[in-house]
Design a binder for this molecule. Structure first.
Ligand code: G3I
Length: 301
């Protein structure tokens, strides 16, 4: 293929970008987006604070602009994210216990029902594990409702949209480490008990190197019977940026259950990482060296 999306599609995969609704009027942005990518994810517009700003009052206007842009062009849509400790509406931040639990499950049910049939993969739960060596859950208002909140969320999402792939998504999980192993144990437990989980997202916000066991880490999750996806890829600018992008892409291509890659933005100046210039296109929409490495990796073999 000659673009990221067509090259990935030839290998049965998608290549996506995080999109901000406010940028869909920027023709430099949409020219690159529409030409290169065959999947999108909303950078912020599907988060709890955006979709349910008041309790039981739902607003999908910004998210729908992204979904409509994508579906009218034949692009897939990832959903991000149904439950997360961050970017919650103020009203939810002020709840706890069974009231928060029922509000959270209601949120999952309502949003997943609204988008039923339109979402390829949902990040049902985002970033629920703690950093560091413990391998356990992150403390949060959701975690304090009971350790079973994650499986309750997956069951609710499955009931609302049985056709979507249901993912757990996290960062600093890109190699074999205590955090990724904690998640691995959760996924193994879910699979053994029939909790509906279909995929694990590896955000892959990377610096100057890739963990040496990056591919092996993807593979050990795939071996549990879930798909794996690279969900928020960006790499600090530096001498090794293009190599890191190439290595990550080759790792995904080498794992048959690695179904797609998403970069967390389109151009460097769209990135949340400020001056790090971590994406595949410069601010004028020109392809960077990293782009060439990714395209070649998608087309190899
Ligand atoms: O929309 C308001 C705007 O009205 C206001 O004027 C402005 C002033 O600060 O803030 C705007 O909201 C910002 C929002 O992005 C939209 O631009 C928030 O302050 C800002 O915190 C928010 O940052 C987002 C961040 O998640 C929040 O945690 C980033 O754009 C987004 O890229 C980032 O994405 C996360 C993934 O969801 C999960 N994984 C990590 C990743 C990077 O942090």
């Amino acid at each position: 293929g000659t673009t990221l999306g067509t090259s990935a599609a030839e290998k049965g995969r998608y290549f996506g970008a995080a999109v901000a609704a406010g940028k869909l009027g920027d023709s430099t942005y949409t020219t690159v987006l529409n030409r290169e990518f065959n999947s999108v994810v909303a950078e912020n517009e599907m988060k709890w604070a955006s979709t349910e700003p008041q309790r039981n009052s739902f607003n999908y206007s910004s998210a729908d602009r992204i979904v409509n842009h994508a579906t009218s062009r034949g692009m897939l849509v990832r959903g991000h994210t149904l439950l997360w400790h961050a970017q919650q509406p103020t009203w939810a931040q002020n709840l706890s216990g069974s009231d928060l639990r029922s509000a959270a499950i209601n949120h999952v049910t309502r949003v997943a029902t609204y988008y039923r049939g339109k979402i390829h993969s949902w990040d049902v739960v985002n970033e629920a594990f703690a950093d560091g060596g413990g391998g356990g859950r992150r403390d949060s208002n959701l975690q304090r409702t009971g350790n079973d909140w994650i499986e309750a969320a997956f069951r609710a999402a499955d009931a609302a949209d049985p056709g979507a792939r249901l993912c757990y998504n996290d960062y600093n999980t890109d190699g074999v480490n205590a955090k990724s192993t904690g998640i691995y144990n959760m996924v193994r437990d879910f699979k053994s008990r029939g909790v509906p989980i279909d995929c694990v997202g590896f955000q892959s916000h990377l610096g100057g190197s890739v963990p040496g066991d990056y591919q092996a880490n993807l593979q050990r999750f795939a071996d549990l019977g879930v798909d794996v996806q690279i969900t928020e890829l960006d790499v600090a600018q530096g001498s090794n940026q293009a190599n890191v992008y190439g290595t990550v892409t080759r790792a995904c291509m080498a794992v048959s259950r690695c179904t797609g890659i998403t970069t967390w933005g389109v151009r460097d100046c769209d990135s949340w990482r400020g001056g790090e210039n971590p994406l595949l296109f410069d601010c004028s929409g020109n392809k960077k060296a990293a782009y060439t490495n990714v395209l070649n990796a998608l087309n190899a073999g």
